[in-house]
Ligand binder design. Structure first.
Ligand code: GSH
Ligand code: FE2
Length: 301
């Protein structure tokens, strides 16, 4: 773990790209010395009303990389997203750069393979990515060290990427006024989320924390960066719920009231394929499959 090993070298330049349809934050994380960079959590645009997909968001990341003279070394996802398609597959095809995610993605693949009744031939070994990371594994972006921290709860495969003094903590905690992520998707767990949040809060106080979404509470402008110290002092859920029991109660109560993300059933079948759309049928068109009555709805909303 972080504390037992050599300190992580590097102070990345972080550029965030806010995707306003799904309130997602995508990142380009660059080593100022070598100009090598990684993309974290890229979005493939999807309009559910028309069924149209597009690569505007992903292309914007590539344009930034080009403009800054960076060279792309990794395409990373923190978790199989339940509210948007990952652009990892598109970016891999376009650049040839390796993709990666946490190793427990194989469990998510197994779970959703069942829910979608995918054919036996659908691989659930993570082979859709070039690399799947275990807890505590390290790699580099240029000369910066990255440590993978397993942070389940929101999904059972979620990981955070600690890059030098910055941590990409996806859907664990949001900005202090946004609280914490939900933990009620299949494979989610409020108790696991609490433990993951404790691991993040044990990072050095001045660690720069970059979140995966910002839902702009109260209609304020989108924001994505905080610190451990700031979260400890201000996070609206963590200042209310001081123990695991209190947190689990708060989280589960709120989750019972939240409708499922609009795109959960659309997204998972793409994201368990490494951000690739389903194979075309014999008319060369691609189709999504929507399982009925697989998830619960809060009808009394
Ligand atoms: N209204 C959004 C909700 C998306 C959602 O559920 N987001 C997750 C992260 S993927 C979350 O933790 N939300 C917390 C909250 O809405 O309070 C949608 O339909 O896409
Ligand atoms: Fe998420």
């Amino acid at each position: 773990m972080i504390t037992n090993k050599e300190p992580l070298r590097g102070r990345p330049i972080v550029k965030a790209f806010f995707e306003k349809r799904t309130f997602s934050v995508q990142y380009v994380v660059a080593d100022p010395e070598t100009k090598r960079c990684a993309i974290i959590d890229p979005v493939l645009d999807f309009d559910p009303k028309s069924g149209a997909t597009a690569t505007h968001s992903a292309d914007e990341l590539l344009a930034h990389i080009d403009q800054e003279g960076y060279s792309l070394e990794w395409i990373l996802d923190t978790h199989p997203h339940a509210d948007h398609f990952s652009a990892a597959g598109y970016l891999k095809d376009k650049t040839g750069v390796p993709t990666a995610i946490g190793e427990k993605v194989t469990e998510v693949q197994k779970l959703w393979k069942g829910l979608y009744n995918l054919p036996d031939s659908f691989p659930t070994d993570g082979s859709q990515w070039d690399r799947i990371f275990a807890d505590g594994e390290r790699f580099t972006i240029g000369k910066m060290d990255v440590e993978v921290m397993f942070t389940p709860g929101h999904t059972l495969a979620s990981v955070a990427y600690i890059v030098g003094d910055a941590a990409f903590i996806h859907d664990t905690i949001f900005m202090p006024d946004g609280g914490t992520a939900r933990a009620d998707f299949p494979g989610g767990s409020a108790k696991a989320l609490w433990n993951s949040i404790q691991r993040i809060m044990a990072l050095p106080d001045n660690t720069r924390l970059f979140t995966g979404h910002d839902y702009m509470p109260g209609g304020r402008e989108p924001r994505w960066e905080s610190t451990v110290a700031q979260q400890r002092a201000e996070n609206t859920h963590l200042t209310k719920a001081k123990t695991e029991g209190e947190f689990v109660a708060l989280r589960e109560k709120r989750d019972r009231e939240l409708p499922m993300p609009k795109l959960i059933l659309h997204s998972l079948q793409v994201n368990i394929r490494g951000g690739r759309l389903p194979e075309p049928e014999n008319n060369s068109k691609r189709y999504l499959k929507i399982p009925l009555d697989a998830l619960d709805a809060p009808w009394d909303e």
